[in-house]
Design a protein around this ligand. Sequence first.
Ligand code: ADP
Ligand code: MN
Ligand code: MN
Ligand code: MN
Length: 348
Amino acid sequence: MTKYKLEYIWLDGYTPVPNLRGKTQVREFSDFPTLEELPLWGFDGSSTMQAEGRNSDCVLKPVALYPDPARANGILVMCEVMMPDGETPHPSNMRATILDDDGAWFGFEQEYFFFKDGRPLGFPTSGYPAPQGPYYTGVGYKNVGDVARQIVEEHLDLCIAAGINHEGINAEVAKGQWEFQIFGKGSKKAADQIWMARYLLERLTEKYGIDIEYHCKPLGDTDWNGSGMHCNFSTTYLREVGGKEYFEALMAAFEKNLMDHIAVYGPDNDKRLTGKHETAPWNKFSYGVADRGASIRVPHSFIRNDYKGYLEDRRPNSQGDPYQIASQVLKTIASVPTGAEGSVSAAA
Ligand code: ADP
Ligand code: MN
Ligand code: MN
Ligand code: MN
């Protein structure tokens, strides 16, 4: 038997942005356990905005497992928060609202800033560094400093060792700003892994004394870029059948549901989606081929391939909850009749 350190990780009830929480349970197993072998667990919801003082127990239900590369015999256990009956999803449990669909694929591009002493890493104590330009995909001390890349690389290695389908990294447009991409097949896969990658990044910052700033416009109304979390998505139907008519009906549904999407695409998005700096105004829906100034970018390959493939919703921001984003995207897709056997069937 081996004693495993099980880190049960969940999202708390803070709004508009939930925080990651975690606590350790030590348990013996003969081998690396399966999801089914892990017990439900509980926590005090009154400390996480998930319950009143009396009657404050909430239940943790394991939903995904990752080996924890930073701990001997460690396991990262992603959990959904359930009501005391263990079966009813807690109102804060947004993962439970995502339609089950193995054919839905998501790729998220998470942007973020490193922050130290209340300003982006590499910014002088007062004023600004040299203007944007050389930082994006840049190299060299004057562009990326002396520690950011070390954290980014360590994070990448941790994610890969944990089995997270990390796809890549790049230095971003603003000084101190970086991006990573995660792709997953299955409606909840990439969203689970974004949260786990965020967890690993947060934990890593403890070692370096540097914070992550996820706010979508940390430098306010300046010429410094904000942070997004572009959501690339496809369904079996979009990849295999598609077609101009279906695509146009889908875009009409995205336009109709504009406010429902913006509501879950992260707070303060009006400060980021101004219509400037390669963004579409938050309150007007648009789409365009290879258009980085549109709400939804249609890749060239999509048109070339008879309107089949994936689409990129550029509106979700860095602070968005990937569970709520995936949930809303699939709801809108499900509202559009496919007229054939689709992966997400038309709503009644
Ligand atoms: P860019 O910065 O030019 O928008 P990235 O390479 O950073 O491009 O991100 C593209 C994302 O699109 C990746 O996360 C990738 O996994 C995702 N993607 C590619 N093909 C599909 C697909 N068929 N369905 C969903 N997402 C996809
Ligand atoms: Mn990208
Ligand atoms: Mn980017
Ligand atoms: Mn993108």
